[in-house]
Design a protein around this ligand. Structure first.
Ligand code: NAP
Length: 413
């Protein structure tokens, strides 16, 4: 009823359905124009003003479109794209629920270890449906998290997830992908990886996945330790390697997945996988290497810890829980890592060399440099009588030479 009234008001305001001042040939007349009464209402000449529709054409609010179809008597009608007038029923909430159900993704995680579980918890909290598979049996922990666990890869794929996230160790990803029965997945599946290196999975996906699968490479630059609490401000690197932009549903799936990170407050960094690896070698790989080196030293708290030392301990803690497979993957599967390791080694050698040079200088001065000679160091028979003569022993180059010269007369005695 209220809709019918609103529609009537708009038709009146717009001059009985026609757009005043717009000729029938004018492109403006065919496009969207604002309603002069309800300034948030945008209309189009060939559709009916219904107070809703939100770009869905002439669908009626009551669900029956035939009642709203323009008649010859009504002439040209308008389509409403937006309305800010309060509605007598909870349309906004109904739409929101409908959108939410549509945006709900079925997400399948391959590799349900440390990081796979960490991601599953957060994705679940955003209302998505989670399934998982792994080499080991994680059915108990998955059950606790509300995640459906499949030990069988065929069953996992036949559940038809919208998204498959590879969260396997870097070094096992190629083998794990090779074992997936891809033909059992639906054709529009989006493949995502979260590996800490990026060029390798990008190439792997492009080489191994059929063209009807979309590809999104991501790297959450945090883990179960650094991202235990909020994700606010933590970087999420991603590259839309192959997302069918022309197909709205496919784009929506990729956007929906990224939306989880966006809503968590992550800093979204769109970057090529190649650039990621160049930058990560000198940041992430070096961080892990230094953390592991310090870990090897078995550092622990003392009563006089400085802020700097506390940061070192927290670096050790942040890297110690990651598997060696992960660290080895950072080295082996990033082309820039070897060069960075070399740079780290060279830097350490240079610092050590500087220290050794200082030490040698001091030692050599001690061995070969001038020494203060006091009369007391000489045997009584060789001491000079006056102190000024003793002073002269200390001047000049070699102490030995001076002593020799001065004592020559005594020796002759
Ligand atoms: P990880 O040691 O790198 O990977 C463990 C996962 O790999 C487990 O799910 C394990 O499955 C699976 N896996 C290992 N070897 C396998 C094999 N031969 N065949 C099949 N599956 C195998 O530790 P993670 O921390 O869980 O990392 C997972 C991925 O997330 C890695 O690619 C890592 O680079 C990435 N990532 C990790 C972090 C982090 O902070 N941890 C942050 C960002 C990205 P089973 O347990 O069933 O054996």
């Amino acid at each position: 009823m209220a809709v019918a009234v609103a529609a009537a008001v708009h038709r009146t305001a717009l001059g009985g359905g026609s757009v005043p001042g717009a000729s029938s040939q004018s492109p403006a007349a065919l496009g969207r124009l604002p309603c002069p009464v309800h300034c948030s209402i945008t209309t189009q000449r060939d559709s009916l003003c219904l107070g809703s529709g939100l770009g869905q054409g002439s669908r009626s609010l009551s669900g029956s479109s035939s009642r709203r179809r323009p008649t010859a008597r009504q002439g040209v009608a308008q389509r409403v794209y937006a309305i800010d007038a309060a509605q007598p029923f909870d349309m906004e909430a109904r739409l929101a629920r409908a959108v939410k159900a549509e945006a709900r993704l079925k997400i399948g995680i391959v590799g349900f270890g440390n990081f796979g579980q960490f991601l599953a918890k957060r994705f679940k909290s955003h209302g998505h449906e989670l399934i998982a598979t792994s080499r080991g049996d994680y059915s108990a922990v998955a059950g606790e998290l509300g995640v459906k666990f499949f030990s069988d890869l065929d069953d996992f794929c036949e559940y038809h997830p919208d998204v498959v996230i590879m969260s396997t160790s870097i070094i096992s990803t190629e083998a794990a992908l090779g074992k997936l029965p891809l033909q059992r997945l639906k054709r529009s599946t989006l493949f995502v990886d979260v590996l800490s290196v990026k060029e390798f999975p990008k190439r792997l996906f492009l080489n191994q996945l059929p063209v009807h699968f979309d590809i999104l490479c991501t790297h959450p630059m945090f883990g179960p330790d650094s991202g235990r609490g909020t994700w606010e401000g933590l970087p999420l690197m991603y590259e839309r390697v192959r997302v069918s932009e022309g197909k709205p549903r496919r784009k929506a799936v990729a956007d929906g997945l990224l939306e989880v990170f966006r809503r968590e407050g992550c800093r979204m960094v769109e970057m090529s996988c190649e650039e990621h690896d160049r930058q990560a070698a000198s940041t992430q790989f070096i961080t892990h290497t230094v953390g592991r080196m310090l870990g090897e030293m078995g550092l622990s708290n003392t009563a006089i810890d400085t802020k700097g030392y506390e940061s070192l301990l927290s670096l050790v803690n942040n890297t110690a829980n990651d598997s060696f497979d992960l660290y080895y993957g950072l080295f082996m599967y990033n082309q820039s890592a070897t060069q960075e390791l070399q740079r780290l080694e060279t830097a350490f050698d240079r610092i050590r060399q500087k220290l050794m040079d200082e030490l040698h200088d001091a030692l050599r001065k001690d061995i070969f440099g001038p020494k203060p000679i006091t009369p007391e160091v000489l045997p009584p028979s060789k001491r000079l009588s006056d102190s000024s003569s003793a002073q002269s022993l200390n001047n000049g180059g070699g102490a030995k030479g001076s002593v020799k010269g001065s004592t020559a007369p005594n020796q002759q005695q």
